[in-house]
Design a protein around this ligand. Structure first.
Ligand code: SAM
Ligand code: SF4
Length: 391
């Protein structure tokens, strides 16, 4: 997949987890029982609905996200993958990722997922200290996480794992030991997220009660910089704010999001971006699992929102996604989405000031954020876009 072609992906959301982690605001739910036969049929029906609308396109990636898709029966994963060719041609290097939790029961199924067609596993290791895993409310131990990484290495050609850092009590020294241990597993891709206290989570409630210790902001920034430097020195530079890979080992599915390509989203709360009839549409499915299931069974899909994006909205989304990456947003992408070059789309004095400060870099290839700009992307964007009503 070339940077000039953002690719076309399919996202499938499995919304169930064994327990709710105290930091997590993803669309994830704990249920005593899941009627897997109904879920299988409903996911296939919603896939059919969007497959028919996008038939003939070349599919470059599939991503099973959650929730915890490693709790899906592998037969459902297989049934979804068998259905793809009914609608799309499949890229020869089609990437098929499944997010997996490293509890032993789930890791035992990695081989079955591989048989179903999964060729990349993304494992939620989260920490390599048992006390930190307990703090994060995880169901697995460090030993189980390392076993899961080993099983993934044997089961699929590509794997990645996630860690959450900037936890209270971490020091540059303790984080560097943890990072070293992560790198010793020989990953070609790592997602390293700073802990965010999201509204509506247990951690947020604890913070409001004064019961959640946080790491000081200065130390958070120090750990972020140390992370970038260590990973770059190890040959896995950051290609996105939190994602590091050996060149060529980037997650192609997520690159499609960040390069503002099209993707179908099926399952509760899944989002899609589809260019249909010359318009780019923002599509979102119902979030609540039971509502989603009923809607799909009733009318073949559970779309809650479907709106055409105008040029201003497309420019905003293009910047919001693309400036996360270390590669530039190509000039051709500005033309494609907003009909002009960045110099004509953004307020000249603001663009100039952001470039002079090193927050943005504009050259013949396109526009990208410098490391300082990427660190404060949200405020940079709201400032930059405050007067960008030009398209
Ligand atoms: C959809 S989630 C989890 C997938 C899988 N269920 C798991 O827990 O391993 C994707 C990743 O986002 C990260 N994440 C979720 N909430 C976060 C938060 N509040 N702060 C930082 N990282 C977070 C975690 O590393 C997690 O693995
Ligand atoms: S972090 Fe993963 S396992 Fe935990 S609640 Fe969120 S989606 Fe579920």
């Amino acid at each position: 997949m070339l940077a000039s072609d953002p690719g076309f992906g399919l996202y499938v959301h499995w919304p169930f987890c064994l327990s709710k982690c105290p930091y997590c605001d993803f669309n994830s739910h704990v249920r005593a029982q899941v009627d897997t036969e109904r879920w299988r049929e409903a996911l296939l029906r919603e896939l059919d609905y969007y497959g028919a609308q996008t038939a003939g396109r070349n599919l470059t990636s599939v991503f099973f996200g959650g929730g915890t898709p490693s709790l899906m029966p592998p037969e459902i994963v297989a049934a979804i993958l068998e259905r793809l060719e009914r609608y799309w041609s499949l890229a020869p290097d089609l990437e098929i990722t499944l997010e997996a939790n490293p509890t032993s029961a789930e890791a035992e199924r990695f081989a079955a997922f591989a048989t179903a067609g999964v060729n990349r596993l993304s494992i939620g290791v989260q920490a390599l200290e048992d006390s930190a895993l307990r703090f994060l409310g995880r169901q697995h131990s460090v030993a189980e996480a390392l076993t899961a990484v080993e099983l993934a290495r044997r089961a699929v050609p590509r794997f990645s794992f996630d860690l959450i850092y900037a936890r209270a009590g971490q020091t540059p020294e303790s984080w560097s030991v943890e990072l070293r241990q992560a790198l010793d597993q020989g990953p070609e891709h790592l997602s390293l997220y700073q802990l965010i206290i999201e509204p509506g989570t247990q951690f947020h409630a604890a913070l409001r009660q004064g019961e959640l210790p946080l790491l000081e902001e200065e130390l958070q920034a120090e750990l972020y910089e140390a992370t970038s430097a260590t990973l770059a020195a190890e040959g896995l530079p950051a290609y996105e704010i939190s994602n590091h890979a050996r060149p060529g080992a980037e997650c192609r599915h997520n690159l499609t999001y960040w390069r503002y390509g099209d993707y179908v989203g099926v399952g509760p709360g899944a989002h899609g971006r589809l260019t249909l009839g010359g318009e780019k549409r923002a599509i979102r499915q119902h979030r609540a699992p039971e509502v989603w299931l009923e809607r799909v069974e009733g009318r073949g899909h559970a779309t809650q929102a479907d709106e055409a994006l105008d040029a201003k909205q497309r420019l905003e989304e293009l910047l919001m996604m693309g400036l996360r990456l270390s590669e530039p947003i190509a000039r051709a992408a500005f033309e494609r989405e907003a009909g002009a070059q960045p110099e004509a789309l953004l307020e000249p004095s603001r663009l100039e000031a952001a470039c002079a400060a090193g927050y943005l870099i504009l050259d013949e290839q396109g526009l990208r954020a410098g490391p300082e700009g990427r660190l404060r992307l949200n405020s940079l964007l709201s400032w930059l876009l405050a007067s960008a009503d030009r398209p």
